[in-house]
Ligand binder design. Structure first.
Ligand code: ZN
Length: 448
């Protein structure tokens, strides 16, 4: 089995690829985020290629270890569809070639403009996203199982996160997958919008192709459409060839000299996930599994390093990789979602680290902090007191054996004498009703 991908990712630039409209197309009413350029009106001329888009695409290409092209030419790719008013999509020659992510070879990466959005059922077109810059990452068919394909996409997603180039976190990938089984032709599946969707589409397609081959039928070379709602692929057309699109250089856009572009706009690559994993292990002596957990959420990993400064690596790893990440996962959150609570989270960690409060108290406080707004400083005082009081109660129970025996043998009112002793030792800070409750709980446990 051979699986390969063409992956489209919208880039997090401020403006579109060839005009000054915003890229945040989902925040406005349909067809309000447009201009003559991105709606292809006659006579409109594109602006020079968005530099930010080139820089971001270069960051991705370099992180994938690609050979960078010396110049970039934008081509017109002609086809008719209602979301494409100009009748062609602008797409670049490869910006990089021959990269690699894990054991998957990356064939090439291009820059493209996104078309608009067409709803065939209602016949409605929205051009808000038309012209948003995309990168298209083309892999070789190097994956040989669904698991491997899924792992690859997750790793790519993580990389793009670290590079901070993803425009819309709710639709990171638009994927075309190609798959061929032994003895069959290569089939392309279009229109998959998530990693989960890729898994389901591949499962369906593998089963369909196996069935055909087992019956001695042919798997034709074709393009199929993934129907997310029905969970099936549908034949669209026989696979088109490059010539069908009548590619030609766009006469409105001069080629971009990439070599001098990089000289004038140096590309800086941040620490990449696999580099961070290595460093966390080396610098803090973490084991691989903690280090890996910490790189999966970039901001969480950065928080870990801030917490180490105030505690120590062992404690910070347990608190962040186990406790905090567990609580965040349970709530479907990332660290960036709770960033404004960082100082409170740190306060809880430090209170636990200094043993001002116990581990169960710290965990309880952390949970409450994530679910509601609490004044952590005040809560820590309450917990500290509560735990002090419990220690004093246990101590008194151990010392005042005779009174305890009296109570257990039926002289219930003797409990008030214990409450009195505890109140005296806590200098009246405890709540007598609560003290009485705790004593009764402890004694009923002794009794049974
Ligand atoms: Zn525009």
């Amino acid at each position: 089995m051979k699986i390969g991908f063409e992956i489209h990712v919208q880039l997090r630039t401020k403006s579109k690829l060839f005009c000054e409209c915003s890229t945040r197309y989902w925040e406005v009413e349909p067809n309000r985020n447009t201009c003559p350029v991105c709606t292809g009106l006659p006579g409109s001329k594109p602006y020079p290629v968005n530099k930010e888009a080139i820089s971001m695409a270069l960051k991705v290409a370099k992180s994938l270890g690609m050979d960078i092209s010396k110049s970039l030419v934008f081509l017109r790719k002609h086809y008719f569809y209602p979301d494409l008013p100009s009748g062609y999509q602008r797409t670049s020659t490869p910006l990089g070639r021959n990269g690699r992510l894990g054991r998957v070879r990356i064939k090439e990466i291009h820059i493209e403009e996104d078309p608009g959005r067409y709803e065939p059922r209602e016949g409605i077109v929205d051009f808000n996203r038309s012209g948003v810059p995309l990168i298209e990452i083309v892999t070789e068919p190097d994956m040989s199982s669904i698991e491997e394909a899924e792992a690859f996409l997750k790793e790519l997603h993580l990389l793009l996160n670290y590079l901070d180039v993803i425009l819309n976190p709710s639709v990171v990938f638009r994927v075309d997958a190609n798959i061929s089984l032994e003895g069959g032709e290569r089939v392309e599946i279009k229109n998959i919008n998530s990693i989960e969707g890729v898994r389901r589409a591949l499962q369906f397609e593998i089963a369909r192709q196996k069935r055909l081959l087992e019956m001695g039928k042919k798997v034709e070379r074709e393009t199929r459409h993934w129907d997310e709602a029905r969970g099936i692929t549908i034949s669209l057309r026989e696979k088109e060839t490059e010539e069908d699109y009548r590619y030609m250089p766009d006469p409105d856009i001069p080629p971009v000299d990439i070599t001098s572009f990089i000289e004038n706009n140096p590309i800086t690559i941040p620490e990449l996930p696999w580099q961070r994993e290595e460093r966390l292990m080396k610098e803090y002596g973490l084991d691989k599994s903690d280090a890996h957990t910490l790189i999966l959420d970039k901001e969480l990993g950065e928080y870990f390093e801030r917490l180490v400064e105030k505690t120590n690596p062992r404690f910070a790893a347990t608190f962040v990789a186990d406790r905090l990440r567990g609580e965040l996962n349970y709530r479907g959150l990332d660290f960036k979602d709770v960033r404004e609570k960082e100082s409170s989270i740190t306060r809880i960690a430090i209170a636990w680290f200094r043993e001002e409060i116990s581990k169960p108290a710290a965990i309880e406080l952390l949970r409450r902090l994530l679910d509601e707004n609490i004044d952590v400083e005040q809560e820590i005082k309450k917990y500290t007191l509560r735990e002090d009081v419990e220690m004093i109660i246990d101590d008194v129970l151990r010392r005042e054996e005779r009174i305890v025996r009296d109570i257990l043998s039926g002289k219930k009112e003797a409990i008030n004498r214990l409450v009195g002793i505890v109140m005296k030792e806590t200098q009246g800070r405890a709540d007598p009703k609560r003290v009485k409750e705790i004593i009764s709980q402890r004694l009923s446990r002794w009794n049974s």
